[in-house]
Ligand binder design. Structure first.
Ligand SMILES: C[S@@+](CC[C@H](N)C(=O)[O-])C[C@H]1O[C@@H](n2cnc3c(N)ncnc32)[C@H](O)[C@@H]1O
Length: 265
């Protein structure tokens, strides 16, 4: 039977999407019980929280084109920008691993990764998420308010570089920093994080889209965002002060820590 095309939620998590469909198709009594159990076990391996599941579905259902036409958001904010479930689970796991309390996200959109990271924080933990577009931030706030941990997420509206300056003036430090805004800003965000001492001791930087559809490594011509990512990747590669690993989840994720926090011997 052909895959249904009506619900685009989990487009970026094809394995999870196919498993959900398999569960749906296996509901009738003819299907052996142990097969149903196996499908459910596989789903549990990558299942989002109910709140995250809801937020992902709401993001896909939201009328973004109308919102743009009516001037409520400044551009067509396609759900393609969403981090997606599996990557959000990875980011959540990293956040939960290091006794993190303060998290910074550069690039909020509808709050998928903010929510996943907030779920991993203790009660007094906080996510500060930066978003340039007030309309998008309003949509995110309305989604996040419906989750049990939405109160841990503070949204700062404005260009990320300005917000970083404000956070640095307040001498704030973050245990996890997730960079996921405009790709042409990545180099400057990275430099600012270290120059302004925004990364806490033992902190981790996570950077999204570092594979940029494979462009930086294809040897072919590419558009400006891919060029910006190439420049960023090269800068991180040459940075002797950090330990880093690039992992091929979704569009590529860089994990970066200070060398002194990884080389303990
Ligand atoms: C790829 S989306 C972020 C996805 C999000 N991290 C998630 O978990 O789904 C990038 C977001 O960064 C915002 N953005 C773009 N340029 C920005 C800037 N200069 N300052 C702050 N936010 C910016 C965009 O409006 C968009 O909402």
């Amino acid at each position: 039977m052909a895959e249904r095309r009506d619900d685009r939620s989990y487009s970026f998590d094809p394995v999870y999407r196919h498993l959900l469909r398999a569960r749906e198709l296996s509901q009738n009594d003819d299907v052996p019980r142990d097969l149903k159990a196996e499908i459910n076990r596989a789903i549990e391996l990558c299942q989002p929280s109910p709140a995250l599941d809801h937020l992902i579905k709401e993001t896909f259902a939201y009328p973004w084109e109308d919102a743009h036409k009516e001037g409520r958001v400044s551009y067509y904010a396609t759900p393609r920008m969403l981090t997606g479930n599996v990557e959000a689970q990875l980011i959540k796991l990293i956040t939960s691993g290091g006794k993190a309390n303060m998290v910074l996200e550069i690039g909020l959109y509808t709050g998928c990764s903010s929510l996943a990271m907030a779920e991993a924080l203790p009660k007094d933990g906080k996510v500060v998420s930066l978003e340039i577009d007030k309309g998008i931030a309003d949509v995110a706030r309305s989604f996040l308010n419906r989750s049990p941990v939405g109160n841990k997420i503070e949204i700062m509206i404005g260009p990320a570089l300005n917000s970083l300056e404000i956070l640095a003036e307040k001498q704030m430090k973050f245990d996890v920093i997730f960079i996921d805004a405009d790709k042409t800003g990545y180099v400057q965000y990275y430099r600012t994080i270290f120059e302004k001492d925004l990364l806490a001791s033992e902190g981790t930087i996570i950077v999204d889209n570092v594979l940029k559809d494979g462009d930086p490594y294809s040897g072919e011509e590419y558009e400006s965002n891919s060029g910006a990512i190439s420049e960023f990747n090269e800068m991180v590669l040459r940075d002797k002060n950090v330990h880093k690993v690039m992992i091929p989840v979704r569009d590529g994720v860089y994990l970066i820590r200070r060398m002194e926090d990884t080389e303990k011997a």
